[in-house]
Ligand binder design. Structure first.
Ligand SMILES: O=C(O)CCC(=O)C(=O)O
Length: 369
């Protein structure tokens, strides 16, 4: 494999390190993979340490690129040295999750070579998404529902009204292939052996809540574990398998005010995952691919009645919004809805929303400006 020369000249690592990326690549050229591998591992550790200094959003992009590049080269060495596919995929995913791409070096290529060799230690899941009618909450103040796709003119009015709206079967009407193709079994095939960030705990506003990196197949296997609630939440999963973007279609609605690419995040979990009442800083077309979810909303004008978790989590609240008592005595007017497979739900920017999955569920949020 030829490594692009221009990128290697980049000053990705600080002066003072005994060796550079180009020296490591030269070692690979001389087939001294073992030495190259040891050295790149060291560079990768240096970059990793830098990713953990201060706030993640303040990390210099240079370190994220350095981490991506050293992950790429480490995984490349591991392929040459015939390491276990599981080990190589982990290095690749860490590079994708924490690094920033460097042109000419595609971690996805290494994943493509390695994935066919991975054999999962857990069985392909068989996850049932059906639920008893009696398990469905009775809606108390349903949000507006539209049974067809709005025209662009109607959409402008919807945006001006600033209220959530359920576009029943909106994603189905746009013929998203994801609705036909995606199932837990399908995602298992795509992502087995891949590392993903998983939230553990009843809800993210709880004290004992945490996040850790897990293998996707182990995560799906944990759906049967009644003791711990695992949730792949707000994760740009499609960036880890970009071919999945072909299975969805960004609605024109996302581009009426901005031409920026929307941000797609996946939410995958068993029945009973809860996202506490919170607001987001983007508009959202939330799409339900599999299973059902229950939403409760409150207008931003009620913010003074909604206690924030703390100063840092000012956009999240522990308010128990499913309690009827809170509906009747808080002074807040709540609205609610159930999203089903194929539905699109529009959530305006800064609108409070709470979500509970009623069944095992796969959803995507499409955030746009
Ligand atoms: O589905 C969930 O649990 C939360 C979704 C959400 O909050 C969002 O898309 O902004």
């Amino acid at each position: 494999m030829d490594f692009p020369k221009n990128e290697l000249k980049l000053d990705l690592f600080p002066k003072g390190l005994h060796f550079s990326i180009s020296e490591i690549v030269a070692l690979i050229g001389k087939q001294d993979i073992s030495k190259a591998s040891k050295r790149v591992e060291l560079l990768r550790d240096v970059a990793h340490d830098q990713l953990n200094v201060g706030k993640y959003c303040d990390v210099d992009i240079k370190w994220r690129r350095a981490y991506y590049l050293s992950s790429f080269i480490q995984a490349f060495c591991q392929v040459c040295e015939k390491h276990a596919s599981e080990v190589i995929l982990k290095v690749c995913d860490e590079g994708l999750l924490m690094g920033a791409p460097v042109s000419g070096f595609s971690i996805h290529d290494i994943i493509g070579w390695t994935r066919p060799r991975y054999t999962s230690s857990v069985d392909k899941p068989s996850i049932n998404c059906s639920i008893e009618q009696t398990a469905l909450p009775v809606l108390r103040n349903p949000v507006q529902r539209l049974s067809r796709l709005p025209t662009l003119e109607e959409w402008i009015n919807i945006r001006q009204a600033g209220k959530p709206i359920l576009i029943a079967q909106g994603a189905s009407l746009m013929n998203w292939p994801a609705l036909e193709k995606w199932s837990f079994e399908y995602l298992w095939e795509k992502f087995k052996g891949r590392t993903v960030p998983i939230e553990e705990g009843a809800k993210y506003t709880d004290e004992n809540w945490g996040q850790r990196l897990r293998k996707f197949d182990d995560f799906l296997d944990s759906f049967n574990d009644k003791n711990i609630k695992s949730y792949l939440a707000q994760h740009p999963l499609l960036e880890q398998a970009p071919e999945l973007y072909d299975d969805i279609d960004f609605p024109d609605y996302c581009f009426t005010e901005s031409s920026d690419d929307p941000e797609v995040n996946a939410w995958i979990g068993p029945a009973g995952t809860v996202s506490s009442l919170h607001t987001d800083n983007k508009f959202n077309l939330f799409s339900q691919i599999l299973g059902k979810k229950y939403f409760i909303f409150a207008d931003q004008k009620f913010s003074s009645l909604i206690p924030a978790v703390n100063k840092v989590m000012f956009n999240s609240s522990k308010l128990e919004v499913e309690d009827q008592e809170v509906w009747t005595s808080s002074g807040i007017i709540f609205e609610d809805c159930i999203v089903e497979e194929g539905d699109l739900l529009y959530i305006p920017k800064l609108y409070w929303h709470y979500v509970r999955s009623l069944s095992p569920s796969i959803s995507l949020s499409i955030w746009f400006k």
